[in-house]
Ligand binder design. Structure first.
Ligand SMILES: Nc1ncnc2c1ncn2[C@@H]1O[C@H](COP(=O)(O)OP(=O)(O)O)[C@@H](O)[C@H]1O
Ligand SMILES: [Mg+2]
Length: 223
């Protein structure tokens, strides 16, 4: 269970205080698939960064299984990310010099999986997202955008996170490929009971998730 209360993030800019996220409250159940929509600059990435403890709120609380993420020390934020969170980004953020397989194996290494188990587990994860055979040995530059995003989802799943945070995961993909990526995330939320919170611009896609949140000028409106 993820429960956010009165979450606010302000930035100090040359023009004064900018309220990127304005007193936002909501709860998400385990295994729920939530989409977030809203115009550019409405606070979507700010919200995901706070949920993933990549950033600290100005005020408010983020309860994840009875722990307030907003109050963690930097060291504990890192541990929280490693234990609970998988990130998926618009630009995939794969390591370009490593093959698909090696990218996933590296995440397993960070997660403390013993060396002898990494390859088999990485192959399993890549199978799950539909990256098979020779494709596993290709570097990101030799994979299509959709394939790269599949690899990045496999990487996000490496340490069996409770929550996947996806910031415009289909923003660089054509709409057919984008739908397939969302179908994959949907399948994961069902089979693994993973909570998924995904930003999207595609209203068709958003319509298929369990719930849609709309952000407007940092304020939350349930769409
Ligand atoms: N590090 C930062 N410093 C100053 N302003 C920021 C920073 N990050 C985001 N903002 C501002 O906060 C608002 C929300 O940004 P963001 O969360 O990135 O929106 P979205 O992801 O919906 O496009 C914007 O006005 C943006 O310019
Ligand atoms: Mg953004």
């Amino acid at each position: 269970m993820l429960s956010v209360k009165n979450l606010t993030r302000t930035y100090n800019s040359a023009e004064g205080e900018l309220v990127a996220l304005d007193n936002v409250s909501f709860s998400v159940k385990d295994g729920e698939f939530v989409s977030i929509i809203g115009k550019s600059g409405s606070g979507k990435s700010t919200l995901l960064s706070l949920l993933g403890a990549l950033d600290t709120p100005t005020s408010g609380s983020i309860m994840v299984d009875d722990e307030d993420i907003a109050k963690l020390s930097l060291v504990k934020q890192t541990a929280y990310r490693a234990r609970k969170i998988g990130f998926v980004f618009q630009h995939y953020n794969l390591i370009t010099n490593l093959s698909a397989l090696e990218n996933v194996m590296l995440a397993l290494e960070y997660g403390g999986v013993p060396a002898k188990d990494r390859k088999e587990r990485a192959i399993q994860l890549l199978d799950e997202v539909g990256v098979e055979g020779g494709m596993r040995l290709r570097k990101p530059g030799k994979l299509s955008g959709g394939q790269q995003q599949r690899v990045s989802i496999a990487r996000a799943l490496a340490n069996q996170p409770a929550i996947i945070l996806a910031d415009e995961p289909t923003g660089n993909l054509d709409s057919t490929t984008g739908k397939k990526i969302f179908d994959l995330l949907h399948k994961l939320s069902r089979t693994e009971n993973t909570t998924i919170i995904a930003v999207t611009h595609d209203l068709d896609i958003a319509g298929k998730t369990d719930r849609t949140f709309k952000l407007r000028d940092g304020k939350l409106q349930q769409a």
